[in-house]
Design a protein around this ligand. Sequence first.
Ligand code: HAM
Length: 436
Amino acid sequence: MANHYSAFPGMDDILPGESEKWQWLEEKARILFASYGFREIRTPLLEPTELFTRSIGETTDIVHKEMYTFKDRGERSMTLRPEMTASVARAVIEHGMLKTSKSLALYYTGPMFRAERPQAGRKRQFHQIGAELINVVREGEPYYADWAIIRLLADFLDYLKVKNVKFRLNDLTLINGAQAEVVRKKLRDYFEGHKTRLDPDSVYRLDKNVLRIFDSKIPETRAIIREVPWDSIAPYPAEFSKLVQTLKESFGESVSFEVDRTLVRGLDYYTGVVFEVASGSLGAQDALAGGGRYDRLYEELGSSATPCTGFSIGMERLLMVLEKNVPSLAQQMKWIYVAGLSAYPDLKNYFRGQKAALSLQEAGLRVFVAEPSVNLGDHLKRAAKMGASFAVISGDDELRQNSWTIKDLNTREQFSAAGGQLLSELMKRTKELQPL
Ligand code: HAM
């Protein structure tokens, strides 16, 4: 009897047809982030568990309930990364990257793992595109990096033509700064006064870490959260209001920015401005991206004080939002189909074509090297089926004359190019051969 294996629920295969859309999105991220001076960092999928418990926090949902943690063969506790900000910090410190540059602008794409209940837009293995600004400090402009990171995120979404983008913002500075103990005590006192109506998780968090009460999704607890008398507990710093104003002015009507005092985000490392992006086109899981400032993480991990801010975007959710706007493979790239008319084992023409194809590829064109066959009709059918723009053909005549036959598959026009002129002949007609 045949065995049937399936992927673990919430961990999806990405098949041809879909994978091109992922490549398209990754390519877009690379182009935009590079043009803003960000460089890519890649870190291992597996890290010592303590890295995440230290940085994300013991009482968060992620650490408490969602990490894939196990003992390796050396009895060490290891965890599949639930996010990458902590790994990036670990790598920057480990490699002394701030010794050679005063500040860093890094980005990443890759899989993350959280043991959540799978549903549309919520996976156990999901993918993020993220960016981190590390030690970007400007004299007299304490919120500059916050503006810069939010601008990058908004510009990236605009570049992808994501419509209906809504930012929610909050400032956790007072809750974490010099006044932290006083502010947290006031918050505890407030929730203490409503203890009988809080859900059991929140009662537990009241003593352990009062900010985590804000993560509760229980309606009665949410009602209490909404009523927190913020003005008497921690009024907003004037700089924050200025930031929100500047953002509104930078983006006009196309993006909305709303202040939300209940937004604390589910990770302990945040210390200042935090934000989340929702999209009207997503269902229950509407957070497309999230991020914020984390000025104490590097100290927490044994380095010196390093102001940082960053964000991550959920790629599954972003692709859901983009849906029809992601071009299919055929639309994305115009191909050149190169066929040497050969029959095995006489492969002279095949090799001539293959060599030419690789040099076209080096010049930046997308080429497809056809399998050896002498049947010209079959080659042209296949080229048309894959959406190629041109077929380049070398048969015995072309070989003898050191020339190429080029067929424009859209107009059916046919012309020939001398041996050394193949690239320039194609380039004359290549406006449509470039990637979108
Ligand atoms: P996060 O809010 O936990 O932040 O995740 C960012 C985004 O990842 C979410 O807005 C969502 O789109 C996506 N995401 C999270 N969990 C899942 C899931 N189970 N399935 C599908 N998508 C998901 C962070 O991870 C921080 N590292 C962001 C950051 C960077 N803060 C500072 N720098």
